[in-house]
Design a protein around this ligand. Structure first.
Ligand code: BGC
Length: 407
């Protein structure tokens, strides 16, 4: 299974999940209030990025997706911190020195405190605020980056923030508790606000403002960096079904709700689309499959279907995240092979996929679950911060070196 020439391979991370020391964002505040686990120094990647990129290089990676911490760059409304931009410039330099192409994401779930406390994406002017930040970054770092993704997983962040209420700003609609992801949230309740009004806020404010924010950020980036590849990163659940007609309709509606409804409104302002794949649901399916440490069905081959869902827009795609929480590293190697095979199959059927970023380079802070879910190619000992390369990382390395699967 050989991949096209120039196909890029690597892994992804996100600032809050690995950097450590971020205190001025909504998640840090939520942690101080005891609503989500504390993140603290995380992997201390903010200081250890060079050593981490050395590891990525030793594993054959030639691309890396990371996110910028908005709260660091714009700690006060409209005031940008040059030192933090300088930090990220040095981070990008370190990647390039290792022969790794840098791809960044402007916003991966955590919001600066000044923004979240003044309403976040409920604010009418939130799209302009986001676009101003996007423009600043593009001006400062545009010439150093291979690509900029605007928003990571809009549907996840607004669903968990406004419908399920498990993530900041902890708003939820009544009777939703059973959809809680984490045991902790189920046990402790999901936060104070439970009202149908949140449903309206979700659909008619936040959802709309995410669309407007992406579109405005696209224009803002292009105004200063016209050749920059700008994308959005879409969490794509692959809904499919057995042959039963009703189940087929269910899958169609679910794909429309979760993926197309949002993408239809931003696709004109995308040069490419990042696909994050972790989960599938096959309506009418009775097969019992093993589960990952997240409790998700092991079905890495579903990535083929996820890519094909997004290929309807005929824009180049890249796998911006896909991977498995597997504490003991028992299933990861096989999972990666099956996942990569799924990408290869999509390419054989004409889908234009440009790269593959495994989630994640390092074990990290898994949001409401804290640190015990292990997605990393590299294991982190959170007491000593020692890095240990997992055996599965070498299997991925072989795939990268062969630009495909050989056996
Ligand atoms: C997110 C990551 C997260 C991963 C695993 C993705 O939805 O972008 O931040 O760690 O899933 O749950």
């Amino acid at each position: 299974m050989t991949f096209p020439k120039g196909f890029y391979w690597g892994a992804a991370t996100a600032s809050y999940q690995v950097e450590g020391g971020i205190e001025n964002c909504d998640w840090a505040k939520a942690a101080r209030e005891g609503r989500v686990p504390p993140c603290g120094r995380a992997c201390d990647h903010y200081n250890r990025y060079e050593a981490d990129f050395d590891i990525a290089k030793s594993l054959g990676h030639n691309a890396h997706r990371f996110s910028l911490e908005w709260a660091r760059i714009e700690p006060e409304e409209g005031k940008f911190d040059e030192r933090e931009i300088e930090h990220y410039r040095v981070v990008i330099k370190a990647l390039k020195k290792s022969g790794i192409k840098p791809y960044t994401t402007l916003w991966h779930f955590t919001l600066p405190l000044w923004f979240s406390e003044s309403g976040g994406f409920e604010r009418k002017d939130s799209p302009e605020i986001f676009a101003r930040y996007a423009k600043y970054v593009a001006e400062k770092l545009g010439s150093d980056l291979e690509g900029i993704s605007t928003i990571n997983e809009p549907m996840v962040v607004n669903s968990l923030g406004y419908l399920v209420g498990e993530w900041p700003p902890f708003k939820r609609v009544p009777h939703i508790k059973k959809f809680a992801l984490s045991d902790r949230a189920r046990r402790d309740g999901l936060g104070p606000t439970t009202s149908w009004k949140n449903w309206f806020v979700f659909f008619f404010k936040v959802d709309k403002n995410f669309v407007r924010a992406h579109n405005a950020a696209y224009d803002a980036i292009k105004s200063v960096a016209p050749s920059m590849e700008v994308s959005i990163v879409k969490h794509t659940v692959y809904y499919h079904s057995n042959e039963n007609l009703i189940n087929k309709v269910k899958a169609k509606v679910a794909n429309w709700y979760w993926t197309y409804r949002f993408m239809n409104r931003v696709i004109d302002k995308c040069d490419s689309v990042g696909v994050n794949y972790y989960q599938h649901k096959k309506f009418g399916d009775k097969e019992i499959r093993p589960k990952t440490d997240m409790g998700w069905e092991v079905y890495p081959e579903g990535i083929e279907g996820a890519l094909k869902l997004l290929w309807r827009y005929k824009k180049p795609l890249f796998v911006s995240e896909a991977g498995v929480a597997d504490h003991d590293d028992d299933m990861r190697a096989d999972y990666i092979k099956r996942q990569v095979a799924g990408v290869w199959k999509a390419i054989q059927d004409g889908v234009d996929v440009r790269g593959h970023m495994y989630w994640s380079l390092l074990d990290n802070y898994e949001w409401a679950f804290g640190f015990n879910k292990r997605f990393g190619l590299v294991e982190i000992d959170y007491d000593t911060l020692e890095r240990k390369i997992r055996p599965s990382a070498y299997v991925y390395k072989q795939i990268i070196e062969a630009n495909g699967i050989v056996d």
